[in-house]
Design a protein around this ligand. Structure first.
Ligand code: BES
Ligand code: MN
Ligand code: ZN
Length: 495
């Protein structure tokens, strides 16, 4: 989507959107229209029961000398400090117009006193909501194809174009995450995930390090390799490094480490999942996808921070060579794990990635993201991701970034009582606890791989990486959850 900011409305054909507050006089907002059009628009709004609810849209077609113009009145609701107000407006307009036949949208904010940052938010949401992935449709009817190409925001405060530049970087990151998450597992598997990241991120100045299965075997990645051993697609460990804060190997500041669960398909392995809905497990790499998209956003806006993004990539398949329930594996940390359930694979690949990251980068802060447990969806539904952390300061920073960006987090507990539940009669721990508190036992499992003094947070994004219904920033499908959150969170470490 092409985004422009302008002081006045352009000439030519376009759909015009006028936001209306709950307490605006409609005649004031329509003042720029000729008398007849004003009356028509006001009556049309009333007959559509338009009550200016946030994101509600009333549509009218106005006579113009050379045709008709589509006018959209969009509600701003009653509250002025609703956090996602301008996102809701931008998203609602795109949802209405994306396949409407209109190619250009003009949103006129004149007289509303909208700050530059808010105007940029509106444009960001409009663009984010337009993202779709139609590469596999060869027979899409013309009527279903998107038509909207451009949005012009008129009458925004000084500096909107500058605020937009940072938003554009975030949009690029969001799009990359959604692409990776949407791709099916026969296209995006560990090796091709790495290659896509390389193609996208190396030109932006991001450094790559990739471990293949032979290198991981030599180092002792027993937990990660156990998950991948039933698949013909070999696993990978991908590390992407952005040195925007000026740190160099061996010197000064420690990088912030982000780690993503990258199970490119999760059948459950020998503990196989039921057939119904199994196709959704192509997005079991949503954590890794969010990490990769965050690296795109950070590098595109040249963030002044040192960040390493790590993706633990494997495919979890049943096979003659697959690991069995009851197998004991030795993780990179040296701790042994009894694999009670091969479907609890995310924590196994993350365990080795956490150890490798701590040994390699000696970070002070690690955040991992994972579509880790179905139990998380039972706890928080699709509104919040679960936040687990051993550090209140870190948890607070992440929760604040979540509120600001709309990638909302809800803190969950850790603790010894849960840790006891993963004791094993044969090994140092088992990979599952009882059904109750399933997201928490998964988190305390990960915590066993965190070295003392390291601030760590785990985000269980199982309920939010994919959506069955459209939101203001996304259509149904991959949401890109985590990219805006981490991009904002890294802001805390910028020099
Ligand atoms: N990838 C799943 C979790 C998941 C489920 C993510 C639904 C998104 C939607 C994970 O690997 C898994 O299978 N977890 C098991 C753990 C259990 C065996 C302890 C689960 O949640 O059932
Ligand atoms: Mn699983
Ligand atoms: Zn999984």
């Amino acid at each position: 989507m092409n985004v422009q900011f302008a002081p006045t409305r352009p000439t030519g054909a376009y759909a015009l959107a006028l936001p209306v507050r709950g307490d605006d006089l409609l005649t004031d907002r329509l003042a720029s229209l000729p008398d007849a059009s004003r009356t028509l628009a006001a009556r049309a709004a009333e007959s559509q029961r338009f009550e200016r609810e946030l994101g509600a849209v009333a549509e009218t077609f106005l006579p113009e000398p050379d045709g008709v113009r589509r006018l959209l009145l969009v509600g701003l609701g009653a509250s002025r400090d609703e956090p996602a107000l301008w996102e809701r407006v931008g998203g609602a307009l795109t949802a209405k117009l994306l396949t409407s036949g209109e190619t250009r949208l003009v949103v006129d904010l004149t007289g509303l006193d909208v700050a530059a940052a808010d105007a940029a938010r509106l444009a960001f949401a409009a663009a984010a909501r337009s993202w779709r992935y139609d590469v596999y449709r060869t027979k899409q009817p013309k009527k279903q194809k998107p038509t909207l190409e451009e949005i012009v925001v008129v009458g925004a405060g000084e500096g909107a174009a500058g605020a937009w530049a940072e938003r554009q970087a975030l949009l690029d990151g969001l799009a990359f995450t959604r692409e990776l998450v949407t791709e099916p597992a026969n296209i995006v598997y560990p090796e091709t995930f790495v290659e896509r990241c390389r193609k996208r991120l190396e030109p932006l100045g991001v450094e790559f390090e990739v471990l293949d299965e032979k290198e991981m075997a030599e180092l002792g990645f027993g937990a990660l390799l156990g998950v991948g051993q039933g698949s013909v697609r070999p696993p990978r460990l991908l590390a992407m490094r952005w040195n925007g804060g000026g740190a160099r190997d061996g010197g000064g500041a420690k990088p912030v480490v982000l780690i993503g669960k990258g199970i490119t398909f999760d059948t459950g392995g020998i503990s196989i999942k039921p057939a119904a809905g199994m196709e959704s497990m192509k997005w079991d790499m949503g954590g890794a996808g969010a990490v990769a998209g965050t690296m795109v956003a950070l590098a595109s806006r040249k963030a002044k921070a040192d960040v390493v993004g790590i993706c633990a990539l494997a495919e979890n398949m049943p096979d003659g060579n697959a690991q069995r329930p009851g197998d004991v594996v030795t993780s990179l940390s040296g701790q042994t794990i009894e694999v009670i359930n091969t479907d609890a694979e995310g924590r196994l690949v993350l365990a080795d990635a956490l150890t490798w990251a701590q040994r390699t980068y000696r970070p002070e802060v690690i955040v991992d993201l994972a579509t880790l447990t179905g139990a998380m969806i039972i706890s928080l539904g699709h509104e919040y991701a679960g936040l687990f952390s051993n550090d209140d300061g870190l948890a607070g920073q992440l929760a604040a970034a979540g509120t600001e960006t709309g990638d909302r987090l809800w803190r969950m507990p850790l603790g010894d009582a849960f840790d006891k539940l993963i004791e094993s009669p044969i090994a140092d721990m088992k990979n599952v606890g009882p059904r109750e508190g399933g997201s928490i036992t998964a988190a305390v499992f990960l915590q066993r791989f965190i070295e003392s003094g390291v601030k760590w947070a785990h985000l269980d994004i199982a309920g939010v990486a994919w959506s069955e219904k459209a939101g203001s920033l996304y259509d149904k499908g991959a949401t890109g959850f985590g990219v805006a959150l981490l991009d904002r969170f890294v802001g805390n470490f910028e020099t």
